[in-house]
Design a protein around this ligand. Structure first.
Ligand code: 5GP
Ligand code: MG
Length: 187
C-alpha cells in the first residue's frame, strides 16, 4: 500500500491541527450567543469518504449532538472523476428544527453538496451548514459556498484519511497522491 504513494500532500500532523481549528469554528457557531434558541445540533458525515475526518472532528466539538448518516456515491469503483451523485442510504433520524452540519471529505464538482443540502433543508432543519476537509482548486469548486474548509488543494486525485481509490487506501493517515501506474493499472 505505501509503495503506491506518489507524494504526501498533507501530512497527518497538519490535518490534526486543522481539524482542531475547524472544530473550534463549528463549536463557536453552534454555541450561544451566536446560536439563538434551544435547537440542537446533528452532525452528518457523508459516507464513506468523510468517516475518518468526521470521527476526529466530532471528538473536538464539546456540545450536545446527534449523528446522522448519509451514504452517497459519485466515484464508484475505480473512477477518478464524478459519475453523478446517488444517495445510497440515509439514516438521518428526525432533523426537523435541528441545526445540521454536513461533513464531506472533499469538494470537487460540488454535485454532492448541491444535492444533499436541499434534501436536508426539505426535511425541515433549522439550519444547514457545510464542512469539507479539502477543496479542489477548480472553477466548479471555487463557485460553491461552503461554511468550513480545511485545505485548498490542486486539482489532483488524492486518497487517504478516508478518501479511496476502488475503496482502498482509506486507512492511510496522510492525504497523498498515487503513482500514475497504480491509477492506470487494469483491475
Ligand atoms: P463532488 O460531488 O463535489 O464532485 O465530489 C465529492 C465526492 O467525490 C467526494 O466526497 C469524494 O467521494 C469524491 N472525490 C472527489 N474528488 C476526489 C479525489 O480527489 N479523491 C477521491 N478519493 N475522491 C474524490
Ligand atoms: Mg464522498
Amino acid at each position: 500500500m505505501h509503495g503506491d504513494i506518489d507524494r504526501i500532500l498533507i501530512p497527518r500532523q497538519k490535518i490534526a491541527q486543522r481539524v482542531h481549528e475547524l472544530a473550534a469554528l463549528i463549536t463557536a457557531d453552534h454555541t450561544p450567543p451566536r446560536l439563538a434558541g434551544s435547537a440542537e445540533v446533528t452532525i452528518v458525515p457523508i459516507l464513506t469518504g468523510a468517516m475518518v475526518f468526521c470521527g476526529d472532528l466530532i471528538r473536538e466539538i464539546p456540545i450536545a449532538m446527534k449523528i446522522g448518516l448519509l451514504t452517497v456515491s459519485s466515484y464508484p469503483g475505480r473512477s477518478v472523476s464524478s459519475q453523478g451523485v446517488q444517495v445510497i442510504q440515509r439514516q438521518l433520524e428526525n432533523v426537523r428544527d435541528r441545526h445540521v452540519v454536513l461533513v464531506d471529505d472533499i469538494l470537487d464538482s460540488g454535485n454532492t453538496l448541491r444535492m444533499v443540502v436541499p434534501l436536508v433543508q426539505q426535511m425541515g432543519a433549522a439550519s444547514v451548514r457545510t464542512c469539507v476537509l479539502l477543496k479542489k482548486d477548480r472553477p466548479a469548486a471555487r463557485e460553491m459556498a461552503v461554511d468550513y474548509v480545511g485545505f485548498e488543494i490542486p486539482d489532483e486525485f488524492v486518497v487517504g484519511y478516508g478518501l479511496d481509490f476502488d475503496n482502498y487506501y482509506r486507512n492511510l493517515p496522510d492525504i497523498v497522491t498515487l503513482k500514475r501506474d497504480v491509477l492506470e493499472a487494469r483491475p
